[in-house]
Design a protein around this ligand. Structure first.
Ligand SMILES: [Zn+2]
Length: 311
């Protein structure tokens, strides 16, 4: 063996070990810089007495905390919930996201093999079936409001064929050219999508807002990053309880409470604009500090959803 060969035999394992160590570091805790609590005005709301929310769990995918936020452990198993939330309101009900729908098997089969290989899907009951079984009158459903257009949030749209789907113009463009991750959203006729704009002013630290019923009970704000047209939906109930449906801004609430973004691997794979995600994580962190009772609902975090009433 030449001296040169011996040198390579030593150098290659060292280089590989360094690469592995660097990769492992991308999962370690690295909190974003702290921000002061939100100091702006508390928006007023007059939610009607008949208003309430209903949690519709539609399935889970078992994952772990490590892929959800930096500092999470691989041994910390988490069931990523796939949920829809029905907001009942006398002026028209709104379904926030759909979770897994009746067509989830065929939809999932159309996903890339490497994604399917890493995702074990546990189907629950589709939201439409849960509502039908409970005798829910679908005429009361005014719209489906999407936090964003990824596959696991739009799967159930075809189960509500006559209901408009509210999206932002940015998300409509993302659906048109978002590649595989928006295949399912793109398969839904474009006529079903109805754009809305943020015509109202600043709201809880976000620059613009859309007040769905004009009473402050459902207020949508732009939160681009995970996708270009991602939004956060604030719900103010007559009980005084307030919710923030943050979509996939964070997959688990530690992302917001501990100011930990997704690790490099999943951030690179799923976030359109990681800098936008960071900005909005910090906005929500500032709100959590000011309003400890605000129930923050990352779309796939089973724990806060378990606090909401089922059907
Ligand atoms: Zn997503």
């Amino acid at each position: 063996m030449t001296r040169r060969t011996k040198r390579w035999l030593v150098a290659i394992p060292i280089a590989l070990a360094l690469l592995v160590a660097l990769f492992a570091r991308t999962f370690s805790a690295a909190p974003l810089p702290p921000v002061p609590p939100y100091a702006g005005p508390t928006p007023s709301a007059t939610p009607p007495a008949g208003m309430r929310v209903v949690h519709l769990p539609t399935g889970i995918i078992p994952r772990n905390a490590a892929i959800a936020y930096r500092g999470g452990a691989f041994s910390d198993k988490r069931d990523f919930t796939m949920s829809a939330l029905l907001v009942k309101h006398p002026r028209g009900d709104v379904l926030i996201d759909t979770g897994f729908g009746r067509g989830i098997d065929a939809q999932f089969a159309s996903m890339p093999w490497f994604f399917r290989a890493g995702s074990k899907l546990h189907k629950g009951r589709p939201a439409a079936d849960q509502l039908a079984a409970a005798g829910y009158d679908a005429k009361n459903l005014r719209a489906i409001l999407l936090t964003h257009a990824h596959w696991d949030h739009v799967s159930g749209i075809p189960d509500f064929p006559d209901v408009p789907v509210w999206i932002t113009a940015e998300e409509r463009r993302f659906i048109a050219d978002g590649g595989t991750i928006t295949d399912i959203a793109r398969s839904i006729p474009t006529a079903r999508y109805v754009d809305y704009a943020f015509e109202q002013g600043p709201y809880l630290g976000f620059p613009r807002s859309y007040d769905v019923h004009g009473d402050g009970s459902i207020v949508v704000v732009p939160a681009p990053g995970h996708t270009p047209g991602s939004v956060i939906v604030f719900v103010h109930l007559p009980t005084g309880q307030r919710l923030a449906l943050v979509g996939d801004l964070a997959w688990q609430r530690e992302g917001i409470l501990e100011r930990e973004e997704r690790p490099w691997l999943t951030r690179t794979a799923v976030d359109h604009d990681p800098a936008g995600v960071r900005d909005n994580l910090l906005r929500m962190n500032a709100l959590a500090a000011r309003y400890p009772d605000l129930l923050i609902l990352p779309a796939h975090d089973a724990r806060p959803f378990a606090q909401l009433p089922p059907l």
